[in-house]
Design a protein around this ligand. Structure first.
Ligand SMILES: Nc1ncnc2c1ncn2[C@@H]1O[C@H](COP(=O)(O)OP(=O)(O)OP(=O)(O)O)[C@@H](O)[C@H]1O
Length: 323
């Protein structure tokens, strides 16, 4: 549905997007991830014809955005929720968009109901909260009932109910066969929402893979072990596994599974009080993968404290060349 090929953007000396190639499939929610300044918004703007590419192409359903006869029917997008005339009511904002794209006016009421803004449809958007503006931006994206949707940080400003609603909406849009591309820094939400991930760092593609594969490959599986004799346990497990302390009586072990650790402990006659495989998270996998691509980070962040993950060097293997 979306195809990006060799997409590159230079702003003077800054290479914001560097030879990006990827595709976004229909029927899936694809998460678009990258640290601050990685080039996500620039890529989305080029895909939507809001910025000219220095080189490369971006198409939606085989055509560039500028060649779409009715753009809102081809792709719905929320990039900047603030980009609305403050003096216009929500209803008139959507009505103007519908009129300029040949969309029947009854869609306006439908999308206002869909995003929960019916009761404030007659209010000027200048009086809207950030979350209300986000909902209005989503209504605009849905207006043309398009087969492709792009959302840049759609969760900004949404309350917990709104976040759960967005999750359901994205899943439903994908289940209806649409291609959904969504950027967000909220990893826990992304993990619940996306099927596939495209990760960029410093403008370059660093992963293009299914969510599950991404987490499995980029996050060392950990096992929490507790017992009264952590010193003996540590000696027994390293150097075969990577071991770090967790409180006075615990160890977090990477590189060995719970069964192996349990068997070794039993053989050595070491008492264990806990042996728990820990579910790796998208957040951990993302931080491990993108540590080298961070441009802006504070000192003493958790990312800097994490132990090294030897799998980081295998980033390029994650890219599915066949896609
Ligand atoms: N109009 C512009 N002029 C000059 N540089 C720009 C412009 N727009 C973006 N950049 C630069 O391009 C790079 C990528 O920015 P972009 O906004 O695309 O990143 P991002 O991944 O969306 O970041 P964030 O997660 O912080 O929103 C940054 O170095 C940014 O400073």
């Amino acid at each position: 549905m979306f195809e990006v090929h060799g997409l590159t953007k230079r702003y003077g000396d800054v290479l914001a997007v560097d030879d990006l190639t990827f595709a976004v499939r229909p029927g899936e929610v694809t998460g678009f991830l990258g640290p601050n300044g990685a080039g996500k918004s620039t890529t989305l703007r080029m895909m939507l014809g809001l910025d000219a590419a220095s080189s490369g192409t971006a198409t939606i359903g085989g055509r560039p955005y500028s060649a779409q006869p009715a753009p809102l029917k081809a792709v719905g997008a929320l990039l900047d929720a603030g980009a609305v005339l403050p003096s216009r009511t929500a209803y008139h904002h959507l009505l103007a968009l519908a009129a300029s794209n040949g969309i029947p006016r009854d869609r306006v009421a439908k999308v206002l109901a869909e995003v929960g803004l019916e009761s404030v449809a007659g209010r000027r958007t200048g009086t809207f909260s950030l979350g209300m503006r986000q909902r209005l931006g989503i209504a605009a994206a849905l207006l043309g009932d398009p087969p492709a949707l792009v959302f840049d940080e759609p969760l900004n400003g949404l309350d917990p109910e709104g976040i759960v609603w967005i999750r359901g909406l994205m899943r439903r849009m994908a289940a209806e066969g649409r291609a959904v591309l969504m950027s967000s820094h909220l990893m826990s939400e992304m993990e619940l929402t996306a099927d596939h991930l495209i990760v960029i760092g410093r403008g370059r593609l660093i992963a293009d893979t299914a969510m599950e594969t991404f987490i499995d490959t980029h996050s060392g599986r950990e096992v929490l072990v507790r017992g009264p004799r952590t010193d003996s346990l540590r000696r027994m497990l390293s150097p075969a596994a990577e071991v770090r302390a967790d409180g006075a009586d615990g160890l977090v072990v990477t590189g060995m599974d719970a069964a192996e650790i349990g068997a070794l402990a039993a053989k050595a006659g070491l008492e264990l009080h806990e042996l728990t495989p820990r579910q790796p998270s998208l957040e951990q996998a993302f931080m491990d993968l993108t540590r080298d691509a961070l441009e802006y980070h504070a000192e003493n962040t958790e990312a800097a404290d994490n132990t090294e993950n030897p799998q980081n060097t295998e980033n390029t293997e994650m890219m599915e060349a066949s896609r």
